[in-house]
Design a protein around this ligand. Structure first.
Ligand code: GCO
Ligand code: CA
Length: 257
């Protein structure tokens, strides 16, 4: 009889989740902690991060927090080195941090473009490049990028975000083809529509809500908890031969015209 339960366990593994003091990142971190991982939460705002760590500790999870901005190279290097010396080598990296700045492309300012690409694409690359150096040494690691439906499709006013998330899809695949030989599995999760700080304004707009419900074969928004299963598959030994894939958790949106 196979022990399939332990296949998905993460006991003794260190997981860093960027942008995890709120939103999907916080829920993903809860899922990793529930499977036994030591979770390292991250955010730019030390106070918000501290509140999230307190919450995790009060729920009995093994959690800590390191505040750093993933758009700042020196902050990343310092933080990753501190985490690896104070907590332990990072076994699992979840590149979740991301921002959304909606505007029609002809009205997108240089600042909007630069901020979205710096956070959603370049930041994810910088963190992963730093963490992967250790994973290559150790010949073991799990890297999961939080992609998006917009790694595949666009929607008016989300051009910079879609460009970044499309880039994330190809960056993830490029890392897979270079690092799979070091027993590093690089994959992605593509969330559909979940109500978070990023999408609250959309959910509160009746016309958008009607459009989304009709566009989704499951006829509903996702519950952030529904991302945890795909995450544990990719973060655990259950996914040791899954490389370069994006698992879309979208209620069927990408399957529908
Ligand atoms: C939007 C949303 C989307 C979602 C998600 C979908 O403006 O349409 O922000 O981009 O956040 O990325 O996968
Ligand atoms: Ca695919």
């Amino acid at each position: 009889m196979m022990d399939v339960h332990s296949l998905f366990r993460l006991d003794g593994r260190v997981a860093l989740v960027t942008g995890s003091s709120q939103g999907l990142g916080k829920m993903l971190s809860r899922g990793l902690a529930s499977a036994g991982a030591r979770v390292v939460l991250n955010g730019r705002d030390p106070k918000k991060l501290e509140r999230a760590v307190e919450e995790f500790l009060s729920e009995g999870y093994d959690a800590c927090g390191y505040a750093f901005d993933i758009t700042k190279r020196h902050e990343i290097d310092t933080a990753v080195e501190r985490i690896e010396s104070e907590i332990g080598p990072i076994d699992i990296l979840v590149n979740n941090a991301g921002i959304q700045r909606r505007a029609p492309l002809h009205e997108v300012t240089d600042e909007i473009w630069d901020e979205v690409l710096a956070t959603n694409l370049t930041g994810a690359f910088l963190v992963t490049r730093k963490v992967a150096r250790g994973m290559i040494q150790r010949q073991r690691g799990k890297v999961i990028f939080i992609c998006s439906l917009m790694s595949e499709l666009g929607r008016p006013t989300t051009g910079p975000y879609a460009a970044a998330k499309g880039g994330v899809r190809m960056l993830m695949g490029s890392m897979c083809v270079e690092w799979a030989q070091y027993n590093i599995q690089v994959n992605g999760i593509g969330p559909g529509y979940f109500i978070t700080e990023m999408t609250k304004s959309l959910a509160e707009d009746p016309s958008f809500n009607d459009w989304l419900i009709n566009r989704t074969p499951a006829r509903r928004w996702g519950d952030p908890k529904e991302l945890v299963g795909a995450l544990l598959l990719l973060a655990s030994d259950a996914g040791n031969f899954i490389n370069g894939q994006i698992i879309y958790v979208d209620g069927g949106i990408l399957a529908a015209l």
